[in-house]
Design a protein around this ligand. Structure first.
Ligand code: FRU
Length: 469
């Protein structure tokens, strides 16, 4: 692939060919950000899952490497995580050459077809050569299935909590998150469940992630991400989160409500990188930029799906009401090829790849990207709702749920600034440095050549971006 096909994202990762879904096993090691992903190398629709692999030294430019994990006699390779086992607790490497360890779900298609309940188990694999080749652990599975149909997506982190230093696994188990602990990544002990009555239960829970962040006033709080499909605020797949405390065994909350990570329709199954150096200290996130409502039928051939832009997660708000912000990573600034001050109501776009920085001055505002073929996407604030309308954005009728108006409640939030990234087949809107986010796919047949602005300041900023390919 030369990455020039119609709709091919120009600054988001997508595989050269064939199907991808969830990002998996993100780990930083020795100058490289690893991105594995649910991959079916034989087709552009979902099927027997492998782990595809890409690496980056800057989170922006990606190099696709050979498939890292293939199905074996225990099953297909579903989602999971990867860690650096720095102290070689697993014994799978040495102290001098510690292993990268991937922890993933085995999905046994034979057991599933036979109507059994125990067809998902957890397995591990390790690499001693910077993730280039992987060996499956001989003692797999490391976590057997207790007879529950949905038992998957292990996210493992080393946690120093309550005087303990343990590996903690968050696992999606039907409609709850179960926590397990281990000293060596090989033997796992059940700790507790999280499934409060006030969470969102419109679908099955998937792809959890648990990590601490520091609040603006200096407290440590724990964030639990839980993807859910269906049941998202704008239909289909979405990611809810809760903020609370984790004592090494149990996750507890004082804020008894879920919140949504992204109010667009196309940010799912996202989790964070492990092993980011403490000198960096960021919590880095990436999601799958699609939705199970229509992921298999979006109008691309050659490949299907891409990741979202990488985002830095942080907490904002006031005690005890904390919220998660996701802002595009600063490395993305190097995509800027030229930058322009813009003013007036109608701005013509000379190029396709655009980043816009805007400040509203009126209570309500409206922005429309469009072209002379009548394709348009509308972003508007109307009272206390942010609206993203892709009903006429281009190709929309490949699935009846695609042409939609997505809404986000603004609540108490005052919109101070917007940052918008437009790629060839997506739009990502970040309000107030990520306090509210909307990510949507778009499939215009022709590029948008103009943007209409209403309700914004006289001075705004437009950047044309370069392709990463
Ligand atoms: C989420 C998910 C995971 C599963 C994987 C299978 O999108 O359904 O729960 O591990 O995709 O590809």
């Amino acid at each position: 692939s030369n990455y020039q096909e119609p709709h091919r994202p120009q600054y988001h990762f997508s595989p050269k060919a064939n199907w991808m879904n969830d990002p998996n096993g993100m780990v930083y090691f020795d100058g490289e950000y690893h991105l594995f992903y649910q991959y079916y190398p034989d087709s552009t629709v979902w099927g027997p899952m492998h782990w595809g692999h890409a690496i980056s030294t800057d989170l922006v430019h990606w190099e696709q490497l050979p498939v890292a994990l293939e199905p074996d006699e225990l099953g297909w390779i579903f989602s999971g995580s990867a860690v650096l086992d720095a102290e070689n607790t697993s014994g799978l490497g040495t102290k001098d050459n510690p292993p990268l360890v991937a922890i993933y779900t085995y999905h046994d298609p034979v057991g599933a077809d036979a109507g059994r309940d125990d067809f998902q188990t957890q397995g591990i694999a390790f690499s001693l050569d910077k993730g280039r080749t992987w060996e499956k652990y001989k003692g797999n599975p490391v976590l057997d299935n207790p007879g529950i149909q949905d038992f998957r997506d292990p996210k493992v982190s080393k946690m120093q909590v309550s005087g303990q230093d343990k590996w903690i696994m968050s696992l999606a188990v039907k409609d709850k998150i179960s926590f397990y602990s281990s000293d060596d990544l090989l033997q796992w002990e059940y700790e507790s469940d999280f499934n409060p009555p006030w969470a969102a239960y419109g679908g099955v829970w998937e792809c959890p992630d648990l990590f601490p962040l520091t609040t603006p006033d200096g407290q440590e709080k724990w964030v639990l991400l839980v993807s859910i499909n269906p049941g998202g605020p704008n239909g289909g797949s979405a990611t809810q989160y809760v903020i609370g405390d984790f004592d090494g065994q149990t996750f507890s909350t004082d804020q008894n409500e879920i919140q949504w990570l992204d109010y667009g329709a196309d940010n799912y199954a996202g989790v964070t990188w492990s092993n980011i150096p403490t000198s960096d200290g960021r919590k880095l996130f990436i999601g799958w930029m699609s939705n199970w409502l229509y992921a298999n039928v979006v109008p691309t051939d050659v490949w299907r799906s891409a990741t979202t832009l990488p985002r830095e997660l942080s907490l904002w708000g006031k005690s005890p009401e904390w919220h998660l912000a996701s802002r595009p990573v600063k490395e993305l600034q190097k995509l800027r090829k030229s930058s322009h001050d813009i003013s007036g109501d109608t701005i013509s776009l000379e190029e396709e790849l655009v980043e816009l920085e805007l400040s509203p001055v009126e209570e309500d505002f409206r922005l429309v990207f469009h072209n002379s073929e009548g394709e348009q996407v509308i972003l508007a604030k109307e009272d206390d709702t942010l609206l993203l309308d892709r009903t006429q954005s281009g190709l929309v009728d490949f699935n009846e749920r695609f042409p939609a108006r997505h809404q986000a409640p603004l609540g108490e939030l005052t919109v101070q600034n917007l940052r918008i990234y437009l790629d060839r087949s997506s739009i990502e809107v970040f309000i107030n440095d990520g306090e509210l986010v909307m990510t949507d796919l778009l499939f215009p047949e022709h590029r948008y050549t103009q943007v209409e602005l209403k309700g914004f300041a006289d001075e705004n900023r437009l950047h044309y971006l370069q392709s990463i390919w």
